[in-house]
Design a protein around this ligand. Structure first.
Ligand code: SF4
Length: 353
């Protein structure tokens, strides 16, 4: 096992990244990643067990299912109650709102789909109204925008629950609650959006890939920036990410959507962090079409997903973790989603620091 890890973490030029990281560490550092795939990759490879003492990596609001607030789940249920066929991703239907989950309303016709194209296919085969609950970051929004531009059937619409990552980072930095030394930036998001926008933040940031050696290299580059007093955006994932990203995809997003202020689970309303359809595409906006309001819902359980998503608590800090709340019987969204920190920690038996 050790030999396998050693091979994986050797850089192409023969430098041992883990050794270099250990040598570079001379003060405690806490970095946040904002990507469920990063959390899964870290847990799957057991990276936390080999990191130098004092180096902590916490998960932020990087799981699109987890950050969808109760008010948006309630709005989806309202749409189901109005007789719409609801189509969305499998994880989302199990996330509880204040009135239960979409799964509880399965009888009202809630369907699991792999993507927006499958929801359109359903609409093409029925006269009923079909609403796609459209979640995700910069990664999924271009596909949805492309679908709207292709003018799907008039009985199709979306409930847009999309969000952009940088405004949440801005909030976290301004609030300072998690005492972060920097960010491992989400590689998938940066493939689409690039990383120029992150240059506004005065902290070390490195775009990270998803292999164990990518993540270790990103952490090494972050620690090096801290030690050298630099606050730059560097790219440890150049085989997939460029500074400008995919301008065509971003153009498509802005052709169909405009930014808006929205609440995230665990966060208050974050200015300009959400995406809503432009007036030109109002016919595909389920909120307008069916007069649905998204309301704030006060948290009413012992679940601390809100703190986990802000990087100020680990899943194991939750008194429900592994007892009342398990992958089989999840209480909060972080235990529901495959990209949720609680589910990943439960499946990979991650230990607290
Ligand atoms: S263990 Fe369950 S209840 Fe606790 S924070 Fe995670 S999802 Fe919420």
């Amino acid at each position: 096992m050790q030999a396998t890890i050693k091979i994986m973490i050797d850089m192409a030029d023969g430098t041992d990244i883990l050794k270099a990281l250990n040598e570079e560490m001379d003060r405690p550092c806490t970095f946040m990643h904002i990507c469920g795939t990063h959390e899964a990759a870290i847990a799957h490879a057991g990276l936390r067990s080999i990191l130098p003492d004092g180096l902590k990596i916490v998960m932020g609001p990087g799981c699109p299912v987890c950050i969808t607030p109760q008010g948006e789940i309630d709005a989806a249920i309202d749409l189901a109650e109005k007789g719409c066929i609801i189509a969305t991703y499998g994880d989302l239907i199990r996330v509880p709102g204040s009135k239960g989950s979409l799964e509880d309303y399965g009888k009202k016709d809630v369907r699991v789909v792999q993507g927006v194209h499958k929801a359109v296919e359903i609409a093409e085969k029925t006269d009923r109204e079909v609403v796609f609950i459209s979640i995700g970051f910069e990664t999924t929004a271009p596909t949805v925008a492309a679908t709207i531009l292709q003018e799907p059937p008039k009985n199709f619409s979306i409930l847009s629950c999309h969000r952009f990552v940088p405004p949440a980072m801005k909030f976290l930095l301004e609030q300072g609650e998690a005492n972060l030394d920097g960010f491992l930036l989400p590689g998938h998001v940066c493939v689409v959006a690039g990383y120029e926008e992150y240059e506004q933040f005065p902290v070390p940031q490195v775009v990270g890939g998803f292999e164990p050696e990518d993540i270790l290299l990103g952490l090494y580059m972050l620690v090096k920036q801290v030690n050298e007093g630099r606050a730059e955006v560097e790219n440890a994932y150049p085989r997939a990410v460029s500074r400008e990203g995919n301008p065509k995809a971003m153009k498509m997003i802005y052709e169909v959507f405009e930014t808006c202020d929205v609440e995230w689970r665990g966060f208050p309303v974050i200015p300009q962090s959400g995406l809503r359809l432009k007036d030109k595409y109002a016919a595909y906006d389920a909120q307008k079409k069916f007069g649905i309001e998204i309301k704030h819902v006060e948290k009413n359980s012992a679940c601390i997903c809100d703190q986990v998503l802000r990087g100020v608590a680990d899943p194991t800090d939750c008194k429900l973790f592994g007892k009342v709340c398990t992958p089989r019987n999840p209480v909060g969204p972080c235990m529901v989603s495959h990209e949720g920190a609680c589910k990943i920690w439960a499946l990979y038996n991650q230990k607290k620091y």
